[in-house]
Write a protein that binds this ligand. Structure first.
Ligand SMILES: NC(=O)c1ccc[n+]([C@@H]2O[C@H](COP(=O)([O-])OP(=O)(O)OC[C@H]3O[C@@H](n4cnc5c(N)ncnc54)[C@H](O)[C@@H]3O)[C@@H](O)[C@H]2O)c1
Length: 272
């Protein structure tokens, strides 16, 4: 078996939610640059147009639609349209997500009174659960419906290391909204395995993206988070591409229900 065949994604009909920025965009680029046919779904019209133009300029077969993933009817419609356009559905990155703001400690480890759990706004909690959890469930439902007809597929959820560890610098609504994804992936995987549909998650540590209004773009913030990584740096969107191709391709053909950590060793513990 040649590595280029094992990891081939050529021609695969792919949908990426939150594909206009950061981790989702990197997944979309890895797929499109290697011959997959990719639909980006994103709520940010301008970022979507820019991402599509960039991928098309490199010869990618990409298309996109402006969709808020919390609008279940619109999300299902977008999946129906993509599956109809391609005549099948092979790979889905259930990636769209948002930050819930900083945690209960400031970076100097003093308490941030405004971020105490009893102060967190109900609307923010509801929105995070809608975007980070319920939309992924809807995405898996929409994917399964079409992948069953295609004879199988791979669903890749972007979860986070916060699904299994506590956080001090990341807000509570984010942690709880993501927590259910680990079990959602396992439960979906066990039901869908008989249909040759695999469901896995990528669990990143801190990555430099536009999440949280771009606060991770700040060099001082990057330096702060880098100190917790044995590799002494935050993740970059490009770092996700190998894992994305692995989970999308037949290289991972016997892996399902797994959550693969990608964090430069951050969850291993402190190093020098
Ligand atoms: N950056 C990190 O440190 C990090 C760590 C772990 C997990 N994640 C997860 O990675 C995923 C991608 O985030 P990112 O860091 O690349 O952020 P990002 O902000 O750069 O990209 C997220 C994309 O999702 C889109 N999006 C957000 N809400 C949406 C909605 N309701 N409907 C449609 N599109 C929507 C945004 O417009 C944006 O294009 C998220 O699920 C996030 O929780 C990020």
């Amino acid at each position: 078996m040649k590595v280029e065949d094992l990891f081939s994604v050529s021609g695969l009909a792919t949908v990426v939610t939150g594909g206009a920025s950061g981790i989702g965009r990197a997944c979309a680029e890895a797929m499109a640059d290697n011959g997959a046919r990719v639909t980006l779904l994103d709520a940010d019209k301008d970022a979507l147009a820019e991402a599509l133009a960039a991928m098309q300029s490199r010869g990618g077969e990409v298309r996109g639609a402006v969709v808020d993933v919390t609008d279940r009817a619109a999300l299902r419609r977008a999946f129906d349209e993509a599956a109809q356009h391609y005549g099948r559905l092979d790979v889905v990155f259930a990636n769209a997500g948002m930050s819930g703001g900083p945690g209960f400690l400031n970076q100097d480890r003093t308490r941030n009174a405004a971020r105490a759990l009893e102060e967190i706004d109900d609307k923010l909690i509801d929105r995070l659960i809608e975007v980070n959890y319920k939309s992924v469930l809807t995405t898996i439902q929409a994917s399964a419906r079409h992948m069953k007809k295609s004879g199988g597929g791979s669903i890749v959820v972007t979860s986070t290391i916060s699904t299994f560890r506590t956080e001090i610098f990341v807000g509570l609504p984010y942690v709880v909204s993501k927590a259910g994804l680990k079990q959602l992936v396992r439960q979906s995987a066990v039901e869908l395995a008989a249909y040759n549909i695999r469901v896995n998650a990528m669990a990143p540590g801190p990555f430099v993206t536009n999440i949280g209004g771009g606060r991770l773009q700040d060099p001082a913030t990057q330096e702060f988070f880098a100190q917790f990584s044995p590799m002494r740096r935050m993740g970059r969107p490009d770092d996700i591409q190998g894992l994305a191709l692995f989970l999308a391709s037949s290289a991972s053909s016997y892996i399902t229900g797994e959550q693969i950590v990608i964090d430069g060793g951050t969850t291993l513990g402190a190093a020098d």
